[in-house]
Design a protein around this ligand. Sequence first.
Ligand SMILES: Nc1ncnc2c1ncn2[C@@H]1O[C@H](COP(=O)(O)OP(=O)(O)O)[C@@H](O)[C@H]1O
Ligand SMILES: N[C@@H](CC(=O)OP(=O)(O)O)C(=O)O
Length: 439
Amino acid sequence: MKKVVKFGGSSLANAEQFQKVGDIIRSDESRRYVVPSAPGKRFDEDIKVTDMLYGCYDAASKGEDFSDKLKAIKERYYEIIKGLGLTLSLEDEFKKIEEDFRAQAGIQYAASRGEFLNGKIMAAYLGYDFVDAASVIRFDKNGNLEAEETNKLLSKKLSKCQSAVIPGFYGACADGTVKTFSRGGSDVTGSLVAKAIHADIYENWTDVSGFLVTDPRIVHNPEPIEAITYRELRELSYMGATVLHEDAIFPVRKEGIPINIRNTNSPEDKGTLIVESTCKKPKFTITGIAGKKGFCSINIEKSMMNSEIGFGRKVLQVFEDQGISFEHVPSGIDTMTVYVHQDEFEEKEQQVIAGIHRLVQPDFVEMESDLALIAVVGRGMKSQRGTAGRIFSALAHANVNVKMIDQGSSELNIIIGVENRDFEKAVRAIYDIFVLTRI
Ligand SMILES: Nc1ncnc2c1ncn2[C@@H]1O[C@H](COP(=O)(O)OP(=O)(O)O)[C@@H](O)[C@H]1O
Ligand SMILES: N[C@@H](CC(=O)OP(=O)(O)O)C(=O)O
């Protein structure tokens, strides 16, 4: 039995958390490959080491004095080393980091040091081999993962290690330039390692007892999800459920390796099992609710739009030309609405509108900003009639104005558009109607 265990920043924020992690790993000898993140927040107002590194490098790149910022980062690591009673020195590593920051080694290199240093501590603490992710996770020059090459490098290296610590979040190009995944990317490293060693299971340890029906920062103490499919999870993580990075699913999914989300602070809890498919009936009609704020809608009207072949393609062409990706495109007979991320759209808004006028000569274009999208996801929705109706009724009772509703053709998800300010209220109303009434 071989297990890959990834521990998030919340599980490694200080020595006390490290000790819990040590106990978890030592309690099962199959936990042989460990992927740590950088130390996260010790308390609500604390700063994650990754964010401290971004700040420190920012000062360095402007030619400002960054010694205090680097000192504060060093203190975070030495607090852990001392608390664990280790004799490890990171002086050489910090000297090199300081030199590299002065030499403007790049923001991604800077961010990666959080995981690199934590990996060094973890390897010393456990007595496992340290494998620098820069030597086994390969990116191309544009920062895209080279999946096949990575798999080869990882399998070759790890076949020689009885047990190893591989820091999460980063890798390197063939020329050694360090690159990172997007935020939360240690989850992806864990998944790549699990694939490479043909793990029986990929355990992802965090600070909640599994994937919860919705964000615990919105609904107090939501129900955990016992089992969820990769497809459901992808929908939820894409729409903002931050527990697992949305790209962490692909490597293990191909190999049929289940992911188990577990709680470092409550290791006896079973957590959530993420699988290709399951005959386990979900406890409720819906599996989960997630959402994001910060969208804009562009509503285009033109009489007889329905008979104009190529209308939709031309509209989307305008967004493509401006390098803007779209989220949803609900349409009616004479209307078509495009939902985009507000921050991507705002600066190009006038070019997009001009482009739409030029290419499709609409009767009318209207925009609305500060919108939120909520995804209600569930494999059980297909077999239940009236799901959309219940959502509508719950939102109407909560006094939420529904701007859009879009059901995916797979019947796996329903997307609802509301105003940003109604977001939390809407999530709570949907949670209550499906979970509290247990239907
Ligand atoms: N549906 C959800 N289920 C569980 N946690 C969620 C959900 N949506 C958002 N979260 C948040 O995700 C956090 C865990 O992810 P993250 O902060 O990346 O942890 P880590 O530092 O362990 O990688 C939880 O503390 C919780 O606040
Ligand atoms: N430390 C990185 C990568 C990561 O995956 O962290 P975490 O596991 O704490 O989400 C970040 O903050 O984005």
